[in-house]
Design a protein around this ligand. Structure first.
Ligand code: DGL
Length: 370
């Protein structure tokens, strides 16, 4: 079903790979990233741009004053729209896909992950920029944050206005992203998302507004840094040691994990539908501190006790879903997503399922460690 994948543990931010659960079926393989050193000062960094589509590549269409079609411009078109980009880095562009990111999928994720790892293994790039739609950019970033086996910069960038719009934000965002990918201090920060002069980590960033250019925030941790025409300024230190990561899953799709959205008056139909459609994991986008109706709590606990990985997150948008606070996870066999939103909790649950990590205690350990 899935190619053999191994949980690959670097030292992790805590400096202790012991926190990495060892799946029963495959040994954890310690792997220090053997990245080439950063380019010597004065030599131009090499940045590869991998294009996937999105509004940054969008062009206005005729059927509406505000409508546009995502994913129409090529990677080279995007580069050509930014004068002087080649003064920041030696650029190479590849088209991985050309889709709106509402259609992003596991196949494109695996293609991106394999290409990035190959570029870094071959020392063919000092950094990678991915142009991407903003709707699911945080999910792609979070996935890559966990499967790229390098501490070199991986920077995702999008735009809120199409390339043909008045005051299009794409060109400036792309310039900022290349600046970050070329920056020496961008290493060992995992995947980053750059828009609107602001740098966010994959773990913390989320989209908070449907249309505004300042839509991306990091509600729990704040931005990682800022970019302007003169400089890239990180406001936090980079991780000291290699980051733990998973090997890229051997094939797509990854195991099915459904998100059920809690609301007043909720019955357990969404839970039963998820299980009926073969979900191996369920993430609750709970009300408040990851809570839901009694009927749904009972259905989730029953699922957990029948081998489904059940993770409680919250629809609230910031804060931490506290384990055993309003909901007794120990008794129910459920896991708290801690500060991960439902969409990112789903991605991590998929990766854990691929690595045969399904025991609630081990799953919770992974949520706490990553
Ligand atoms: N279709 C949406 C996407 O590709 C547009 C949002 C955007 O890219 O800004 O994510």
């Amino acid at each position: 079903m899935f190619g053999a994948t191994i949980l690959v543990a670097g030292c992790g931010n805590s400096g202790d790979s012991a926190h990495i659960a060892t799946p029963a079926t495959t040994p954890a393989v310690s792997d220090q990233t053997d990245d080439a050193p950063a380019p010597a000062p004065g030599t131009q960094p090499r940045v590869t741009i991998l294009a996937t589509g999105g509004t940054i590549a969008g062009k206005a269409n005729d059927n509406s004053a505000v409508g546009y079609t995502a994913g129409e411009a090529s990677a080279q078109d995007l580069i050509d729209a930014v004068p002087g980009l080649d003064k920041i880095a030696t650029l190479h562009a590849e088209q991985i896909a050309n889709i709106g990111s509402q259609d992003m999928n596991d196949e494109v994720w695996l293609k991106l992950a394999d290409r990035i790892n190959q570029l870094f293994t071959d020392n063919a790039a000092d950094g990678v920029v991915i142009t991407h739609g903003t709707d699911t950019i945080e999910e792609t970033a979070f996935f890559l944050d966990h499967v790229v086996a390098s501490d070199k910069p991986v920077v995702l960038v999008g735009s809120m206005r199409p390339s043909t719009a008045l005051s299009a934000d794409g060109p400036a965002n792309l310039r900022s992203a290349v600046q970050v990918a070329a920056a020496r201090d961008a290493r060992n920060r995992g995947a980053l998302v750059v828009l609107n002069d602001t740098i966010h980590t994959a773990r913390d960033v989320t989209k908070t507004n449907t249309t505004s250019v300042q839509t991306f925030v990091s509600p729990n941790a704040g931005p990682e840094g800022f970019v302007d025409a003169a400089a890239v300024r990180f406001t936090k230190p980079a991780a000291r040691q290699a980051r733990a990561h998973f090997q890229v899953p051997g094939s797509a799709p990854m195991p099915r994990v459904d998100i059920v959205y809690s609301h007043a008056g909720m019955n357990a139909d969404q839970v039963h539908d998820a299980i009926g459609h073969g979900a191996k994991g369920i993430v609750l986008a709970g009300v408040g501190d990851g809570n839901t109706s009694e009927e749904v709590v009972d259905a989730l606990s029953d699922a957990a006790h029948h081998g489904v990985v059940v993770v409680r997150s919250s629809r609230v948008g910031s804060g931490t879903t506290v384990r055993n606070a309003e909901v007794n996870d120990d008794q129910l066999g459920t896991v708290s997503a801690l500060d991960l939103n439902p969409a990112k909790a789903r991605v991590l649950t998929q990766l854990l399922l691929v690595n045969n990590i399904t025991d609630a205690g081990q799953v919770q350990q992974q949520f706490a460690a990553r």
